[in-house]
Design a protein around this ligand. Structure first.
Ligand code: COA
Length: 322
């Protein structure tokens, strides 16, 4: 029974911040950021919230899929920046869109969050427990950045992307997937950002923001992502050249180029949104997919490889027949 993406949607904050805008508030330049990363601008949230953008992306995905909120059985939001500890972002989305029959929860797999949500939804749908799921990747990373660390804060943006996923009894859909984690290396990309409020414990109340060892994360990405994609494409009984598009997490153009080179696939099969979005962690893959969908690039029968990678460390890939 195929698990198929039947609709996509996305939502970006109104405020666009260019590299030149950043150069006005920190010691950086458009030249440094764009040559090392491919990023030219990003959207940063002011009034927008993770739940609000998630709900808007969800509405657009449901409209694109032609399904109503009443048909949604399951809502999973991949995020590391839910607006509050509880209720979950997914529960706020449920309330906002009126998906009364759904069960809703968040997962934290950082930049692989949407991919993990897709695989969890697939597992639920294949059991027959649920028929239609709404999976969302959403972040307001700007609120957890260390804005005094120019090597990290310039890379990230805010936004949300969503997909409606359905088990429809047809062949095709999700053909194969792979996912993994390496907690031992988790420290290379971390964000403690919690303080203990227990009066019995003497501890610092200081909040700590995103910290990243960029070079270690780069090495992880350019080895783990091609390995995972290779495994998934093989499991789908396909060759690298059979894949029409590689829609990867949008962290850095150099990572996309290095993965393309390792897989011996032309770079033009790797669509790019990081130039105008930056890295939006869990939201990157669904926003990219929605952009491709709305441009009419995705045709029935096409083979699409997806991959996410990031904090945890986590990684995940999938091959879909559109
Ligand atoms: N503007 C200007 N200069 C900057 C800068 C900025 N925004 N950030 C760092 N620099 C400087 C550094 O201070 C350093 O200067 P120095 O040589 O005088 O000490 C120099 O640029 C090189 O810094 P370095 O950190 O070694 O750069 P790099 O070539 O490793 O590139 C990244 C940094 C972050 C672009 C790169 O490591 C990367 O892309 N890593 C992957 C990160 C990622 O994608 N993470 C998310 C995965 S989900």
């Amino acid at each position: 029974m195929g698990t198929r993406i039947i609709g996509t949607g996305s939502c970006l904050p109104e405020t666009v911040v260019t590299n030149d805008d950043l150069a006005k508030i920190m010691d950086t330049s458009d030249e440094w950021i764009s040559t090392r990363t491919g990023i030219r601008e990003r959207h940063l949230a002011k009034d927008e919230t993770t739940a609000g953008m998630s709900a808007e992306a969800a509405r657009r995905a449901m409209e694109n899929a032609g399904v109503t909120a009443q048909e949604i059985d399951l809502i999973i939001v991949g995020t590391v920046t839910a607006d509050q500890v509880t209720p979950a972002c997914a529960c706020e989305v449920q309330a906002e869109i009126g998906a009364d029959h759904a069960v809703a929860f968040d997962i934290n797999a950082a930049c692989s969050g949407f991919m993990f949500a897709l695989h969890i939804a697939h597992a639920y749908l294949q059991t027959g427990v649920y028929r239609t799921a709404l999976i969302i990747g959403a972040e307001t990373l700007s609120k957890i950045m260390d804005w005094s660390d120019r090597s990290t804060c310039v890379l990230f943006g805010d936004g949300a992307g969503a997909a409606v996923v359905r088990a429809d009894g047809q062949p095709g859909g999700l053909l194969a997937f792979d996912q993994g984690t390496d907690g031992v290396k988790g420290r290379v990309l971390s964000c403690p950002n919690r303080s203990n409020n227990n009066p019995l414990v003497e501890t610092s109340r200081e909040l700590k923001y995103v910290h990243m060892d960029g070079q270690e994360v780069y090495k992880f990405a350019v080895t783990q992502v091609p390995a995972s994609l290779q495994k998934t494409v093989e499991a789908a009984h396909l060759a690298m050249e059979d894949i029409d598009f590689y829609a990867l997490h949008q962290a850095n153009i150099r990572i996309l180029q290095a993965v393309a080179k390792r897989l011996k696939v032309p770079e033009d099969r790797f669509p790019v949104s990081l130039d105008h979005c930056g890295n939006i962690s869990a939201a990157s893959v669904p926003i990219l997919l929605d952009e491709m969908n709305r441009k009419g690039l995705l045709k029935p029968g096409m083979k699409i490889a997806l991959a996410g990678f990031g904090g945890g460390l986590t990684w995940a890939s999938a091959v879909l027949e559109w």
